[in-house]
Design a protein around this ligand. Structure first.
Ligand code: ACO
Length: 360
């Protein structure tokens, strides 16, 4: 069966680290509050030259190297983001320009924190119709540009970053060894990874790749988590309460409650649909918003915590970028072997949510 298969991953993070101690000096908060309520210790904040498109491009370059393909081979670039550099052109078009991926068409997709999951599903649909396509799927954000730095309810939660993966049909010959040309450190990492990796049953090409997803949205609840655009110039469409500098608004406890319930439900449904039991899962990468949400989900699934990938402590909530960043880290750490069952799940503004299952 033809399906999308991930043949390379990459990620990129701004260099500046903002820790809880520094936030204590900016708003009325404490390291203890942030750590105990969210699990976040540090997050990365973009500086000059680290716009969403630049982070996305850097992540994409790393994914291309691992995949062993050149930018000119890309047919499509898809970016999940709610913080593009501009409204027009899309972030995906800017990535296309930076990569010189001149054959690729390109567009953004807005599903908030579920952007990467939605984009991966779109990529799979293209590949099922033409397995030879090579698609770059990216989740990239600079939420620091849309956070109210005086609002302690939100500014402690978010961070910037990008993750990417190259997907193509599972029956395509994946030419070079994914480790070739990885560059100094990454090449060494890859060599070490290969020693740790082993091939599991089910690693046959025909069974590998994107098995399926359950994706959802509920626009009725949009007000619980939203980010307005800049006020428009049509007075008939302007609202009196429209802020000239919009920032993320979130009703945390309600979002929390919905996030746990919705992700658990999506996970249950995708596992049932694919005939997979929780015990068969090798790794689960949930959206990294809050460690307490992740733990509640782990409890619901009765998954041992060592199977749940967590990096929210380092990067905070990078919205559409959390899952591809975590995926790249897990991949480079050798936590995924051919044939492993990997579950991704997310929840974000919209509301949007879902879960997808991949046989690595
Ligand atoms: N430091 C100190 N105190 C704070 C801070 C802070 N940074 N922020 C809020 N507080 C206070 C509140 O004012 C409140 O005080 P009060 O009781 O005197 O009114 C108290 O702490 C408790 O506030 P709650 O909001 O009830 O705290 P809660 O335990 O729910 O944690 C949090 C808040 C972390 C936001 C949590 O609700 C959460 O993680 N929600 C879900 C976030 C999420 O999943 N988002 C999804 C995706 S994001 C996207 O799509 C872009």
């Amino acid at each position: 069966m033809n399906r999308a298969m991930i043949i390379g991953t990459g990620s990129a993070l701004p260099t500046r680290v903002l820790d809880n101690a520094e936030l204590e000096r900016m708003v009325e908060t404490t390291d203890e509050w942030i750590t105990s309520r969210t699990g976040i210790k540090t997050r990365r904040i973009a500086g000059a030259g680290e716009e969403t498109s630049k982070l996305a491009t850097a992540a994409a370059r790393r994914a291309l190297v691992m995949a062993g393909i050149t930018p000119i081979e890309l047919d499509l670039i898809l970016v999940g983001t709610i913080t593009p550099d501009m409204t027009m052109p899309s972030c995906a078009c800017l990535v296309q320009k930076e990569l010189k991926a001149t054959r690729a068409f390109a567009f953004d997709l807005n599903a908030a924190c579920s952007g990467f999951l939605y984009a991966l599903d779109v990529a799979d649909k293209y590949i099922r119709s033409d397995p030879k396509l090579k698609i770059m799927v990216i989740g990239a954000e600079t939420l620091s540009t849309r956070v109210d730095w005086q609002d302690r309810n939100t500014c402690v939660l978010f961070g910037d970053g990008a993750g990417a993966c190259v997907v193509t049909g599972n029956h395509q010959r994946h030419g070079s060894d994914p480790g070739e040309g990885l560059g100094d450190d990454a090449g060494k990492d890859k060599a070490e990874d290969d020693q740790k990796k082993e091939t599991r049953p089910g690693a046959d090409e025909d069974e590998r790749g994107y098995l399926g997803a359950k994706l959802y949205a509920d626009g009725n609840l949009w007000e619980l988590l939203h980010l307005e655009g800049a006020p428009g110039r049509n007075p008939d469409l302007s609202r009196a309460d429209h802020n000239s500098e919009p920032s993320i608004k979130m009703y945390g406890p309600e979002v929390f409650r919905h996030a746990v319930r919705a992700m658990a439900d999506a996970v249950d449904k995708v596992l049932i649909e694919q005939g997979v039991s929780v015990k068969q899962l090798c790794l689960i990468i949930p959206h990294q918003a809050n460690i307490r949400i992740i733990h509640s989900l782990g409890e619901h699934l009765a998954l041992p915590l060592e199977k749940v990938y967590v990096n929210v402590d380092k990067y905070g909530n990078t919205s559409a970028a959390t899952i591809p960043i975590a995926l790249d880290e897990a991949n480079r750490q050798g936590r995924l072997a051919a044939g492993d069952l990997l579950l991704l799940c997310s929840f974000g503004g919209g509301f949007t949510w879902g879960a997808s299952l991949i046989r690595w």
